[in-house]
Design a protein around this ligand. Structure first.
Ligand code: AMP
Length: 304
């Protein structure tokens, strides 16, 4: 299996939706990415947690075949904590609490066993930390993917541009693409972002799916229309995990593979939103995943 490094937060989340409210549960972008990628590849997690993070949660990751050598445990500190609340239409989210804790001074130490990785997924973290990981790898992976968000555009714009210049693929949501590029039109925004460095620009549109731009080509994968949406937390991260995991499994980075990876990412994200927290993505069977992917084919095929 191809070695895939996943940088991202491993965290406590507390989530409130119109249906349910959780206490502190396992969360974090890195957790969702690793769970999703684990169905196709061997994720090597790169993260930091505090002494309060239960061993039981770390074991959960290990049981899914995720390599945890790169998860630092800062015994005297507290784990990153995020809390969010959704409103009736589930598209609107309010962040209630962000306690950076261990993430405030996160120094991403890359274990020797992670060197020579084939693929690198940089989950949504400070662009400085994301760049440190790229710089600390002795050999450039075959594909570097990064996720980011408006928060970093607001406070570390120049650093963000420097990191974007180093990656092959960026995943970003539509409003953030507009903010980053200064263009309202999504195709124009994508072209401007491509000019910043990435060959592939993937623009996520939440419940309306995702579009990838590559040179002058475009591909759009809708999201599956689901009867039950319980908790959208981590959907974008799950998408990224399915995306990188599939690419690592195929060990190819051409446009056709990227298109398939977007369908796989979207299929996995559909599991995440159906249950609270990581529950929906933790324990899927290969048959369930194949059925979801098949549902995408049916949804979008024509005989015209
Ligand atoms: P998403 O729903 O894709 O925006 O991702 C939600 C996940 O991102 C949650 O599990 C949070 O723990 C994590 N998260 C939220 N804010 C941050 C942040 N500033 N840095 C790192 N991870 C974060």
């Amino acid at each position: 299996m191809k070695k895939t490094i996943i940088l991202g937060s491993v965290a406590f989340d507390a989530i409130e939706t119109p249906f349910e409210k959780t206490d502190k549960i396992i969360g974090g972008a890195g957790t969702y990415i690793c769970f999703a990628a684990s169905y196709f590849s061997k994720p090597h997690a790169l993260a930091v947690v505090g002494g309060d993070f239960p061993q039981e949660y770390i074991s959960k990751l290990e049981q899914k075949g995720i390599v945890i050598d790169g998860i630092q445990i800062k015994k005297q500190e507290k784990t990153f904590f995020w809390s969010g609340k959704y409103f009736d239409n589930m598209n609107q989210r309010e962040t209630l609490i962000t306690e950076l804790n261990v993430l405030e001074h996160f120094d991403p130490i890359v274990p020797d066993s992670y060197q020579n990785a084939d693929y690198l997924m940089l989950g949504n973290l400070s662009p400085i930390v994301q760049r440190q990981v790229i710089e600390r790898l002795t050999k450039r992976p075959k594909l570097i993917v990064m996720d980011t968000m408006n928060f970093w555009m607001d406070i570390l714009f120049d650093e963000l541009l420097q990191t974007i210049a180093l990656v092959d693929v960026i995943t970003i949501n539509d409003e953030e693409a507009r903010q980053l590029s200064g263009e309202y039109s999504i195709p124009k925004a994508a072209q401007k972002i491509m000019a910043m460095g990435p060959k592939y620009v993937i623009i996520k549109k939440g419940e309306h799916g995702a579009i990838v731009f590559y040179k002058n080509k475009t591909f759009y994968a809708p999201a599956l229309p689901l009867e039950t949406v319980i908790d959208p937390t981590g959907a974008g991260d799950t998408f990224a995990g399915g995306f990188i995991g599939y690419i690592a499994q195929q060990d190819k980075t051409d446009f056709e593979t990227i298109k398939n990876a977007i369908v796989v990412g979207s299929a996995l994200a559909s599991f995440t939103v159906e249950q609270m927290g990581t529950q929906g993505i933790e324990n899927r069977t290969q048959t369930e995943i194949n059925e979801r992917i098949a549902a995408f084919k049916t949804l979008t095929s024509y005989t015209l």
